[in-house]
Write a protein that binds this ligand. Structure first.
Ligand SMILES: CC(C)(COP(=O)(O)OP(=O)(O)OC[C@H]1O[C@@H](n2cnc3c(N)ncnc32)[C@H](O[C@H]2O[C@H](COP(=O)(O)OP(=O)(O)OP(=O)(O)O)[C@@H](O)[C@H]2O)[C@@H]1O)[C@@H](O)C(=O)NCCC(=O)NCCS
Ligand SMILES: Nc1ncnc2[nH]cnc12
Length: 291
């Protein structure tokens, strides 16, 4: 007679990183109340998205994140061969995402940001502090993938109209919205004794205070972007999402952004990137042990 094997399976480094990336996406999607974004309350400014779709999309990306980490381990250094390998894996992952969501763009920006960060983390698991991982990701993003198509994406249209370079520039600068704003705010809010959900909302707001979110610009122009940036700052100035005054401001911001059809999808992706890096930093030993 066979007994079930109840021993926990030892995960590879690539599998652990893929788990952490997908967990970060699922945590971001469920975090509530996020202004004008999909969350547990509803669809925000979106007509074609809902929480179940965000979860299905996140899960569909697990193989892509795992393959990117495996590519990093196989190539072993930042360089064009690795850049082009993860570019292809990212494009395949995007097709998988679109097949899962019936052509709705749920996580394009997240594949880019988290894909680069997963790769940056897998390259040197013994050096997993936030800045080091972001720096390796930035160096990869600066390399020109010869096979990347150049469609007239929403981001490209916004770049032409407003000069904002969005997701590409954020990565090339080493994810300043994550490293300089979201992670410090997350730690400050935790240290102030705010609950974990409020600390994460504050981290999202910190990203929104300065981000050139091409999703917002495309949908609502400069007025939308200013409303997002000033409104997010007003919530933080009022005491953040854990305070009553901050909650009131957050509710106002939600209403204003929905009225403008302005969804901060880029900021949401960067919150997921922040939660991923936060996990890596707090699971240092786990990552390093996973060879
Ligand atoms: C280099 C790429 C990032 C492509 O960039 P580009 O700007 O040309 O392309 P976009 O298609 O606009 O995608 C960029 C997405 O990045 C998010 N984002 C926006 N601003 C920022 C920012 N400042 N910093 C970081 N990230 C940002 C944002 O993603 C979220 O929004 C998505 C919804 O957006 P959109 O499609 O415009 O949807 P809607 O307004 O809802 O439109 P309708 O459908 O209703 O009409 C949502 O998915 C969030 O994720 C931007 O959308 C890179 O992606 C690339 O080269 N991709 C090609 C594949 C590849 O080679 N990948 C490599 C993997 S390593
Ligand atoms: N929660 C969310 N709502 C809308 N767009 C998003 N893109 C990434 N996360 C999102």
């Amino acid at each position: 007679m066979h007994a079930f094997n109840l021993q926990p399976k030892t995960l590879t480094l690539a599998e652990r990183l893929a788990d952490m990336a997908v967990d970060a996406l699922i945590d971001e999607a469920g975090l509530s109340p996020k202004p004008a974004l999909v969350d547990r309350r509803g669809n925000g400014a979106h007509t074609d998205l809902h929480l179940g779709l965000m979860h299905a999309s996140a899960l569909s990306l697990w193989p892509a994140f795992k393959e990117m980490a495996e590519a990093a381990i196989a190539f072993g250094e930042v360089g064009l061969p690795l850049r082009e390998a993860i570019g292809q894996i990212g494009r395949d992952g995007e097709q998988e995402m679109l097949a899962t969501t019936h052509d709705v763009n749920t996580h394009r920006g997240a594949i880019w940001a988290l894909g680069l960060l997963v790769t940056g983390a897998a390259l040197e698991p013994q050096s997993s502090d936030a800045s080091a991982v972001a720096l390796r990701a930035a160096r990869l993003s600066l390399l020109d993938d010869r096979y990347a198509p150049r469609p007239l994406s929403h981001g490209a249209q916004v770049a032409q109209r407003y000069g904002a370079r969005g997701a590409r520039e954020e990565a090339q600068l080493g994810f300043p919205a994550v490293i300089q704003r979201a992670l410090p705010q997350l730690k400050r809010s935790r240290a102030a004794g705010h609950g974990e959900q409020s600390a994460r909302l504050d981290a999202l707001l910190a990203i929104m205070t300065q981000l050139a979110d091409t999703c917002v610009l495309y949908r609502a122009g400069e007025q939308g972007l200013h409303t997002m940036q000033l409104g997010a700052q007003a919530v933080l100035d009022a005491g953040g999402s854990a305070s009553l005054a901050g909650r009131r401001r957050l509710h106002e911001l939600d209403q204003q952004l929905i009225a403008l059809n302005a969804s901060p999808g880029g900021a949401a992706d960067l919150l997921a990137a922040c939660l991923f890096i936060d996990r890596i930093e707090s699971c240092d030993g786990v990552i390093q042990g996973a060879f």
